[in-house]
Design a protein around this ligand. Structure first.
Ligand SMILES: Cc1ncc(COP(=O)(O)O)c(C=O)c1O
Length: 365
């Protein structure tokens, strides 16, 4: 029997193992040179000046909202088609997430719908680069026009980019503050939980390290309310090694995605994901659309290939939002996509043989 093909397979090399062991041997397990170097190298990769590693993507989102001064009484517009942390991070600060519709083709926030939902209480927007594809740059212009903070949820988009104002701009430089996750399935991982905050804004940049360290500055006095959201040195050391491979891994994800797209381009029952013009997809997930979800999942399972419905319940319909003002609102595109989107393996760890097995399974469906 061939091995089942998983949706994610984190990379683990001798260099990563050595980096972890050397850091443990050094006795410097927190607040040290690995974290500082990881911040610098990651900021550099994104083309911004400031970055701070933290404990998770969810922690990064909460820290970003706090950096923008968002709290009780404020509203933050978010998509309902995303991982739940995009919305619950807002709730964690005491502010209210206001859900908005997504685009039918690229599945990121629909800028026109965001515009309709701006009120005097709106303080910010969290845009998600869903599955690794950047949101439309009109969202950046809209937030500027209305003086809103734009938090970039780049948890799935390490290495994605889009042309903005004529220049290719990396995920991590497309918001007021940007948030990444290093959860093991992500394009870059750290051997556990982890996240990163980035910004090009000097004022926010000056607070970006202290917000994840009890709001303290160099003199160890707390300047604002914060808590311990730091990343361990071991994770930072592993993350630095992973980051060195990101461009090669992205090239592999691109070529895997192109193969999968070719396999289903003429399929009567499967619809391939669309790439936004001017955008470089990071292919964290390869999600196709199909009407008969159960039948497709059974078919893939029979071929020993992991596939799953990605967000079968839109965020505003999770039980946590039973009392939310929008619980009964209609989001037709979001609902439709929630029912039909299925993730199949596209990760950089796929072997040629595994990719062929996936293509065969698609061809015989
Ligand atoms: C879009 C999105 N936002 C936020 C998060 C939260 O990241 P973490 O799991 O590191 O807390 C994730 C993680 O899956 C995500 O996919």
């Amino acid at each position: 029997m061939p091995e089942r093909i998983p949706l994610a397979r984190p990379s683990w090399t001798d260099e990563m193992r050595a980096a972890a062991m050397n850091t443990l041997d050094s006795g410097r397990w927190v607040k040290g040179p690995q974290g500082r170097a990881f911040a610098e190298e990651f900021a550099d990769y994104c083309g911004v000046k400031f970055a701070s590693p933290c404990n998770s993507g969810s922690g990064a989102l909460i820290a970003a909202l706090r950096l923008l001064g968002i709290g009780p009484g404020d509203e933050v517009i978010v998509p309902s088609l995303t991982f739940i942390a995009t919305a619950t991070s807002v709730s964690m600060t005491g502010a209210t997430p206001i859900f908005a519709e997504v685009e039918p083709d690229y599945w990121c926030l629909d800028v026109e719908d965001v515009k309709r939902r701006i009120t005097s209480k709106t303080k910010g927007v969290i845009g998600v680069h869903l599955f690794g594809q950047c949101y439309g740059t009109e969202l950046i212009d809209l937030c500027k026009e209305h003086g809103l903070g734009l938090i970039e949820d780049a948890a799935q988009a390490h290495g994605a980019s889009i042309v903005h104002n004529g220049a290719e701009t990396m995920a991590g430089a497309l918001g007021t503050i940007s948030c990444f996750s290093f959860f093991p399935s992500k394009n870059v991982a750290v051997g556990g939980e982890g996240g990163m905050i980035t910004t090009a804004d000097a004022e926010i940049g000056a607070r970006i390290k202290s917000i994840v360290d009890h709001g303290r500055n160099g003199s160890l006095q707390s300047q604002e309310v914060g808590t311990n959201m730091r990343m361990s040195e071991v994770f930072a050391a592993i993350g630095r090694e992973q980051l060195k491979h990101l461009d090669d891994w992205l090239a592999r994800r691109h070529s895997n995605a192109a193969t999968l797209c070719r396999a289903i381009e003429a399929h009567p029952k499967l619809r391939a994901p669309q790439v936004r013009p001017g955008s470089e997809h990071a292919w964290h997930q390869y999600c196709l659309q199909t009407e008969d979800v159960e039948r497709f999942l059974q078919h893939m399972s029979a071929h020993d290939i992991d596939a799953r419905q990605i967000y079968p319940v839109p965020c505003h319909q999770h039980p946590v939002y039973n009392d939310h003002q929008q619980v009964n609102d209609e989001f037709p595109i979001t609902s439709h996509l929630s029912e039909q989107l299925i993730s199949i393996p596209v990760h950089h760890g796929l072997t040629d043989v595994e990719l062929e097995r996936i293509v065969d399974a698609l061809n015989t469906y």
